[in-house]
Design a protein around this ligand. Structure first.
Ligand code: PLP
Length: 434
């Protein structure tokens, strides 16, 4: 007998079934609504700035698949590139022209990248970059910052942000102490503790890795002093400075945060936008460092599907679109409009918020404190955030389902979309007070 779905939404039915088959019903924890409660809508279709779920609801989408959709869903140029690649074949396990074409675009656009290797996810990119930095320096120590998320890499899954933070397990069981014994965790934006760490361990540090604008504890912006101190100390001690630009790459500027702030790291990791919705990651940097990578060097790193032709075609189309359209002035303008609107919506309802924003990446923290690191981010009222989130969802606005994530505006969001979002935000803030 077919289950009776008449009293439940289709999403509820699908979520129940998925939960019996897949841990938590999801293939990535951040999707499960763990922090806000309720059932996640199951999506059927995306179009431009909108998502449509299986129950026929339309949402203005501020998640954008957690970053990739800079030009919204189903951009014609990206679809066409994927269709043309599909006709030729989905994977060869042999070199193709497209790999060098995407590599050239990345090298032209991202200041620190002289050579680049393609992988299949952001996690693979950061895991590989750490290994290469260790191989290059012959050292083991790695500095990361509390609240930064670099994928589910064993050595970096300490005081991690994103889903790990949301679900209250910033350090995961299953990671043996040995895997993190060489990881030093410091507070973000804290110059003093950084100086001390280098004084004590500088000559054993292979790498410092950071999100050069944090997205994964919500949006947190680095101070200029913090970034320039990082650059200076890494140079002094021969430590590899890694900017994890999986989120910020091609998002905050064509050349990422390193271009925006004028600080050039030694290595850069990329993901999300570089694949335009297909699974692509990349790591690159100085040629002397990248020449340590197998087969030219001895640091082993490989991938059966790395440089996949369909994924490369999507990435090439995305980076070409960025170069042709220069979306950043529009993203800045519409990002500011959204931030100003959220601020006035909160003020009207008497709700304390702090909004951090860089271009099209922003977080509304429900706190009265300035948010500069994990400690200040976690002063936010997450219960109130959950109510605000559901108020917006019920009114057709799809935000990331956690206080500790950044939302994204795309180049195809219209002024009318923003106006509708602000109206929903005003109504949802007043719900929170009742
Ligand atoms: C998303 C993200 C990752 C992990 O990328 P996956 O593709 O999910 O493995 C790593 N670093 C940062 C900064 C990210 O935002």
């Amino acid at each position: 007998m077919l289950p009776d779905t008449s009293k439940r939404t289709r999403s509820e039915f699908l979520f129940e079934r998925a939960s019996r088959l897949i841990p938590g019903g999801v293939n990535s924890p951040a999707r499960a609504f763990g922090a806000v409660g309720g059932t996640p809508p199951f999506m059927k279709r995306g179009e431009g700035a909108y998502l449509f779920d299986v129950d026929g609801n339309r949402f203005i989408d501020y998640v954008g698949s957690w970053g990739p959709h800079l030009f919204g869903h189903r951009h014609p140029a990206i679809l066409q590139a994927i269709e043309q690649a599909l006709i030729i074949g989905t994977s060869f396990g042999a070199p193709t022209e497209a790999e060098a074409e995407l590599a050239q675009l990345v090298i032209d656009m991202v200041p620190s990248v002289e050579m680049v290797r393609m992988v299949n996810s952001g996690t693979e990119a950061t895991m590989s970059a750490i290994r290469v930095a260790r191989g290059f320096t012959g050292r083991n120590g790695v500095v990361k910052f509390a609240g930064c998320y670099h994928g589910h890499v064993d050595s970096l899954l300490v005081a991690a942000g994103s889903g790990a933070l949301t679900l209250g397990c910033p350090s995961s069981p299953g990671v043996p102490p040995g895997a993190t014994a060489d990881t030093v965790v410091l507070p973000y934006n804290d110059c003093e503790s950084l100086e001390v760490a280098f004084q004590e361990n500088g000559d054993q540090l292979a790498a410092v890795i950071l999100e050069p604008v944090v997205g994964n504890m919500g949006c947190v912006i680095p101070t200029p002093e913090f970034l320039s101190l990082l650059r200076r100390l890494c140079t002094q001690h021969g430590t590899v400075l890694i900017f994890d630009e999986v989120m910020t790459g091609f998002r905050v500027a064509a050349g990422g945060a390193q271009q925006l702030f004028g600080i050039t790291p030694d290595m850069t990791t990329l993901g999300k936008i570089i694949g335009a919705g297909m699974p692509v990651g990349a790591y690159g940097g100085r040629a002397d460092i990248m020449n340590c990578v197998s087969p030219v060097g001895k640091v082993y790193q490989a991938g059966t599907l790395a440089g996949n032709p369909v994924a490369m075609a999507a990435g090439i189309a995305m980076l070409n679109l960025i170069r042709e359209r220069n979306p950043y002035p529009r993203l800045e303008q519409i990002g500011e409009k959204l931030a100003v609107g959220f601020q006035s919506a909160a003020s009207a309802a008497g709700v304390d918020v702090r909004i951090n924003r860089v271009g099209s990446m922003l977080t509304v923290f429900l706190t009265s404190q300035t948010v500069t690191n994990l400690a200040s981010a976690t002063t936010s009222d997450t219960a109130r955030f959950a109510r605000w989130f559901h108020g917006l969802l019920n009114r057709g606005v799809y935000l990331p389902c956690s206080q500790f994530e950044a939302l994204f505006v795309s180049a195809v969001h219209t002024d009318a979309d923003i106006d509708q979002t602000i109206a929903a935000a005003i109504a949802s803030f007043s719900d929170c007070n009742n």
